[in-house]
Design a protein around this ligand. Sequence first.
Ligand code: ZN
Length: 151
Amino acid sequence: MISNNRLFLKAKSKTIVGFKNRFPNKFYIQPKTQENTKTLENTEKKKEQIICKFCGHHITLSQDKIYINGQHQHVFMNPVGVVYEIVCFSSANGCVQKGSPTINYSWFRGYSWRFALCSGCFNHLGWFYQSVHDSFYGLIYNHLSNLGVRS
Ligand SMILES: [Zn+2]
């Protein structure tokens, strides 16, 4: 009986390890590709305005969408269990940054973060990420309007 249980546990732990290998960080969904920051190849070069859902203030442009770690859109969970669907932009002129930069619980390795607020209504729209080499905004999908089709 005991040896059977051990075998079972061993098999079970193998499954769990396999799962962890696919998702090394439970707060981070691995990108499909390993491309780094890259401007989206948007042949149409649309200048579609993306606005704050709460007040309509201009936040950024659809042409400023970028890929971070191979994806424009990411899903993360913060340390208290709130899930955020975020989209990445190279700039967001309609945001103001708040708080001191910190690397604690950063969803992007090598990047510190600050809060990004709407400069019109000061609602929380996402986070401003900065590394030694570059910076970008990760904005909460549900707090923006005019995002169009998800990519
Ligand atoms: Zn606003």
